[in-house]
Design a binder for this molecule. Structure first.
Ligand SMILES: NC(=O)c1ccc[n+]([C@@H]2O[C@H](COP(=O)([O-])OP(=O)(O)OC[C@H]3O[C@@H](n4cnc5c(N)ncnc54)[C@H](O)[C@@H]3O)[C@@H](O)[C@H]2O)c1
Length: 275
């Protein structure tokens, strides 16, 4: 963890829907507190395009090590198998990390241990769900039952390999259809790009072993929605979000970008509101 004077220096790995949205948001709204010092993507044209659009002339963009060196906090927003190694590199360099690919972190105890050892912050935004503030508080008393029901349009499941394996042709779905019901481990394994929120909810609630995830699609759906029901001796929590889809990626909700930005804002200012 770096002790900082001046603006928080931010390096963004992954310039897709989330990385681009966050870079634009930082430049537009957080100029007082944050500065983008590094951008990296294996699709180098995306980096060039974004750096040009945001007039980031001095930004580091050649490699991940160079980006890590340039920043205080690395934002991870990649669709990569190597996500955990990328995060590991930043933690080894004693840099804080804001990670969006939470599905990959569900069982990443090694990274949590490394972050603690290095005295680094590992920030995991809520994404496109509501109610994690209350869920975290309730988890202290124990949550007896927890269900996440995610509804997404057919476009979110085009070319999905799990559905192909199950013999489900997404273009032949004509009515509201439950395409998955099971544990969070199975959900994250089978829908790695679609269900990061399930992993975030599991980590926040401590209910990995008994929470239920249900995924439903329909030709009628136009947006991504997530409904949470939690019960325990604290009472009952029910939340629902109806999310606008990111134009750059139909699997990703705009609220996920905003949630990453809000977490970065609180972290850069050192003031956290909510649990
Ligand atoms: N936490 C949440 O609520 C939430 C919500 C949506 C998406 N996500 C996750 O966040 C990540 C980014 O989502 P997105 O919608 O921006 O995806 P995206 O596909 O739009 O962008 C991902 C970018 O990562 C780049 N990339 C792939 N491998 C790379 C590597 N090894 N090094 C550098 N860049 C690499 C790709 O070229 C692409 O530009 C994904 O893992 C996604 O599953 C999380």
């Amino acid at each position: 963890m770096t002790s900082r004077k001046g603006k928080l220096k931010v390096g963004i790995v992954g310039c897709g829907a989330i990385g681009t949205g966050m870079a634009r948001g930082i430049k537009k709204d957080f100029g007082k507190h944050c500065q983008v010092t590094g951008l990296f993507d294996i699709a180098f044209d995306k980096v060039e395009h974004l750096a040009k659009e945001l007039k980031l002339r001095a930004v580091q963009k050649k490699s991940i090590p160079q980006l890590i060196k340039s920043c205080d906090c690395m934002i991870e927003a990649v669709s990569a198998q190597s996500t955990n190694e990328i995060i590991q590199k930043a933690l080894h360099a004693k840099k804080d990390v804001l990670a969006m690919s939470v599905g990959k972190l569900l069982n990443a105890k090694n990274l949590f241990r490394l972050a603690a050892k290095q005295r680094c912050h590992l920030l995991l935004p809520s994404g496109a769900i509501a109610g994690l503030d209350a869920i975290k508080a309730a988890s202290l008393a124990g949550i007896d039952s927890l269900t996440l029901t995610t509804r997404k349009p057919l476009s979110g499941f085009q070319n999905d390999s799990y559905l192909k394996e199950q013999g489900i042709d997404i273009n032949s779905v004509h009515t509201e259809t439950v395409i998955f019901q099971g544990s969070v481990i199975e959900a994250v394994k089978n829908f790695p790009r679609n269900i990061n929120v399930a992993a975030t909810l599991a980590l926040a609630s401590g209910c990995q072993d008994h929470m239920i995830v249900r995924i439903i699609t329909s030709p009628e759906y136009r947006s991504n929605s997530h409904e949470i029901i939690a019960k325990g001796n604290f009472g009952e929590i029910r939340t629902q979000t109806e999310n606008t889809i990111c134009p750059e990626n139909p699997k990703t909700s705009y609220l996920a970008v905003l949630s990453g930005l809000q977490m970065l804002k609180q972290y850069s200012m050192g003031i956290f509101v909510g649990t």
